[in-house]
Write a protein that binds this ligand. Structure first.
Ligand SMILES: C[S@@+](CC[C@H](N)C(=O)[O-])C[C@H]1O[C@@H](n2cnc3c(N)ncnc32)[C@H](O)[C@@H]1O
Length: 275
């Protein structure tokens, strides 16, 4: 029986381990996922399953349970106007500043990348927009808490649904059809470094350093203000001074931190770590 007390314990565990806050209106979703995992393990009692989560072979089942509840919705060129602002306004000015300092290193991070569409999109944008690309040392790293989506991202094969906002010219240039699906092709020369990373893992987060640009979109909506603040502070530390942070359009952090300079670009805000 999974009742209010059991759900409260699960909600607290998810929050502690990931920062995601599942409100009571999502109870049906949690119950469904719990039942699914318990049935896969042949466990009937919630208490037994809960013990498995917190005591036994901890990393294994807890990780699988977390993967069963993550919401991985994403697609190429998601929020096109924001990407356009990045490509046509933020990036050229930023590269110009770097050129003046004879700095030709550009590090980009797609944080909470899900199945990788955002990371590949950024890689395409960088190749398209940086005229003297060969002179730059460009790297794109991409991370997510969920091992399954990272596996998918590494394969780089996508359904038409993921491709729906991809401009025709890029579809032809960077993808090859594979039956009903599409495989990312021309980016192989500049492979993206995909890996699992949980924002609540402070030690792992400390290793993410010196990024010029971080995209962390459509994940903080699942967090509360406290966990949002802690992630945003860590992302701040991951940026180099002058580096930029892009969030999802409903993820305004002006209320929870004053550490960034705000740049308004058309309909969206971009956050800059001060120099
Ligand atoms: C909706 S997707 C966003 C994908 C992409 N950034 C976009 O905007 O299209 C949210 C992702 O956040 C990941 N996520 C949730 N909690 C996380 C955490 N604590 N650490 C890292 N990733 C997390 C989920 O696994 C999921 O793939």
């Amino acid at each position: 029986m999974i009742g209010a007390i059991e759900l409260e314990k699960i909600r607290a565990l998810i929050y502690k381990e990931t920062g995601m806050l599942f409100e009571e209106k999502k109870d049906y979703y949690l119950i469904n996922r719990l039942q699914q995992r318990m049935s896969e393990l042949g466990i009937i009692s919630f208490n037994e399953y809960y013990k498995t989560l917190i005591f036994e072979d901890r990393s294994k089942e807890l990780q699988s349970f977390i993967e069963s509840i993550t919401i991985n919705e994403t697609y190429f060129f998601r929020d096109f106007p924001q990407l356009q602002g990045f490509a046509e306004k933020v990036l050229p000015a930023y590269l110009e500043q770097k050129r003046k300092k004879f700095n030709s290193v550009l590090k980009v991070w797609s944080a909470a990348c899900s199945t990788g569409e955002e990371a590949y999109t950024l890689s395409i944008i960088l190749q398209e927009m940086i005229e003297d690309y060969a002179h730059w040392s460009v790297s794109v790293e991409a991370t997510d808490i969920d091992r399954n989506v990272i596996g998918h991202a590494e394969k780089g094969i996508y359904s038409e649904r993921s491709m729906k906002d991809t401009p025709e010219a890029y579809r032809k240039k960077y993808f090859v059809p594979m039956g009903e699906e599409w495989q990312v092709s021309k980016l192989k020369k500049h492979p993206i470094d995909f890996k699992t990373l949980n924002f609540t893992d402070k030690e792992a987060m400390k290793k993410m350093r010196n990024f010029d640009v971080i995209f962390c979109r459509n994940v903080l909506i699942y967090f509360d203000d406290q966990s949002r603040k802690s992630v945003v502070n860590l992302l701040y530390d991951s940026l180099i001074p002058g580096g930029h942070l892009f969030l999802g359009h409903s993820e305004n952090i002006g209320r929870i931190t004053a550490a960034f300079e705000l740049q308004t670009l058309g309909g969206f805000i971009c956050y800059r770590r001060p120099l």
